[in-house]
Design a protein around this ligand. Structure first.
Ligand code: ADP
Length: 513
């Protein structure tokens, strides 16, 4: 009998591949990245490519699926050459991706029948409103945890089936495939052999029953989408086939997949009920792990699959804020009062307080917890003493106040009180905002050392799946401190917090008038 891999000490797939790194593919909205992580969760090398957005009509957003794929493959090639770490040293590949964006393609030829319809695309807003008007909101929400909106994939898929000639017949005959960006990448990276998605991505389609963890026949019927076109469902740490030799010579396995915000939740090690992370990017996305409980929100939040690893699902409450880091870009590009977004912290700090000035960035309405699409942005409380730093400070403070409102809504919905908030994303580098956030919340704010928390989460899922990391405890021990911001305490700090919040809520009320 020949010696087994185990006899040779090669039972661990990481060694079987000769590999001691994990490659994470982060397919974002505006760029794709390939990142190589070491066993301590450190970034060894990365390569990225920007993506083109198309706006064929006002409110419509599309991307070219072949550009997304080609850009990702070229990032995969570049990161290997840049680092000298080639596919024989990659133990597994993880994928995190922009969620909800939908691609429909031909199962045989692999050709998309239409562009990818982006998560921001509003072309199906009227259709989503019709479902609410017909009283289907509760049925939909009970099954998938989401309130009908054009944001989620279901109405986008239906739009393609209704508007691309012959698509519906082909879909019913099982000849078309629907996928979010993870599925599109998996299909192509595995040479067309695997058509699958993970539970976290599925939970953003509006077609997935978050209780039974299966595509929901009633939802498929409501949206008129044939089950034959739906991808296979898997855990986030699972076997998604191997990358084909054409793309990575030594064919490492794809073993971890999650939607970007859920990948970030995992990258933050928010494993326990109550653990919460907030990502300060263009917008803000806050997710709270709610454990086994699907929390039915009364506060304008969504229920979603948070973590699907280790044979059990942890659910999450999610709150989205539309404008966060983008407010800094508006100060720079729209108002022209900021040279660089990174100057904002020092400028805000140059003011002792906000002088009663508040900025509500309701540029496209307000998201959670208000969900008011008619609200519009305002700056209020200006006096002749106000100058550019007053406005910059008010803009910085607005990220913290918006986060406060979502966090308090989460606490009310979940019945939990938060002890600390984990943060990441570009604007989490702003020290003023993070300290102000801690002061307003009255709890510590903990930032990660790496801004790559999303990619790290997907790497962790892939690594756990192949035994590169043993368990979640090992991931916890990888955590290195970034910044920790302790809240100011005492009666004076308390009074200032109350005054600031009252001023902010008065400003929100004005923005909603
Ligand atoms: P996304 O993933 O949404 O593209 P990122 O996490 O890359 O976002 O963060 C980019 C956003 O963060 C931009 O909107 C930018 O204006 C903002 N940003 C970056 N650095 C800072 C900073 N130091 N202070 C405030 N905002 C910042």
């Amino acid at each position: 009998m020949p010696l087994t891999l185990k006899d040779l000490g090669l039972a661990d797939p990481a060694y079987a591949f000769g590999g001691s790194y994990i490659m994470s593919l982060d397919a974002g909205t505006t760029s794709v990245r390939a990142v190589i992580f070491d066993e301590f969760g450190g970034v060894v090398a990365q390569a990225s490519r920007p993506l083109t957005m198309y706006y064929p009509e006002p409110g419509w957003v599309e991307q070219d699926p072949t550009e997304i794929l080609a850009s990702m493959i070229s990032a995969i090639v570049e990161v290997q050459f840049r680092s000298g770490i080639h596919s024989d040293s990659i133990a597994a590949v993880g994928i995190s991706n922009q969620r909800e964006t939908c691609v429909v393609w031909d199962r045989e030829s692999g050709q998309p029948v239409y562009n990818a319809i982006g998560w921001q695309c509003r072309r199906t807003a009227r259709e989503a409103q019709r479902l609410i008007d017909e009283g289907l909101g509760d049925t939909i929400r009970e099954r998938c945890g989401l309130t009908p909106d054009a944001y989620f994939s279901a109405t986008k898929i239906a739009w393609i089936l209704d508007n691309v000639s012959g698509a519906r017949e082909l879909a019913e005959a099982g000849k078309l495939v629907f996928g979010t960006i993870d599925t599109w990448l998996i299909y192509n990276l595995t040479g067309g052999t695997v058509v699958a998605t993970d539970y976290t991505n599925a939970s953003r389609t509006m077609l997935f029953n978050i209780h039974t963890l299966d595509w929901d026949d009633e939802l498929l019927r409501i949206f008129d989408i044939p089950r034959a076109m739906m991808p296979e469902l898997k855990w986030s740490a699972d076997d998604y086939g191997c990358v084909s030799a054409e793309i990575m010579t030594h064919t490492p396995p794809i073993a971890g997949v999650a939607g970007d915000q859920q990948a970030s939740l995992f990258g933050h090690c928010c494993f326990n009920p109550g653990d919460t992370k907030n990502t300060y990017g263009t917008g803000c996305f806050m997710l709270m792990n709610t454990g086994d409980a699907v929390v039915d929100s009364h506060e304008g939040l969504l229920a979603t699959v948070g973590i699907a690893e280790g044979g059990r699902v942890s659910y999450a409450l999610e709150g989205s804020i539309f404008h966060a880091g983008s407010v800094m870009q508006w100060l720079r590009d729209g108002l022209g009062i900021l040279g660089d977004v990174t100057d904002s912290s020092a400028i805000a700090k140059s003011q002792l307080d906000n002088r009663g000035c508040y900025l509500v960035p309701a540029f496209s309405g307000l998201g959670a917890p208000w969900w008011d699409s008619d609200a519009r942005g305002i700056i209020c409380g200006l006096t002749a003493a106000a100058d550019r730093s007053t406005i910059v400070r008010a803009a910085c403070e607005s990220l913290a106040y918006q986060t406060y409102d979502v966090l308090r809504a989460m606490e009310r919905d979940s019945g939990r009180t938060l002890e600390a908030l984990s943060v990441d994303g570009g604007a989490s580098r702003n020290e003023f905002i993070m300290q102000f956030q801690a002061d307003i919340l009255g709890i510590p704010v903990i930032s990660t050392e790496s801004v790559e928390t999303t990619a790290l989460g997907a790497a962790y899922l892939a690594g756990l799946s192949v035994g590169y990391w043993e368990d979640r405890d090992e991931l916890l021990s990888n955590r290195t401190g970034g910044g920790r911001y302790e809240p100011l305490t005492g009666p004076e700090a308390e009074a200032r917090r109350e005054r600031n919040l009252a001023g902010w809520h008065d400003a929100v009320a004005r923005a909603r008038r």
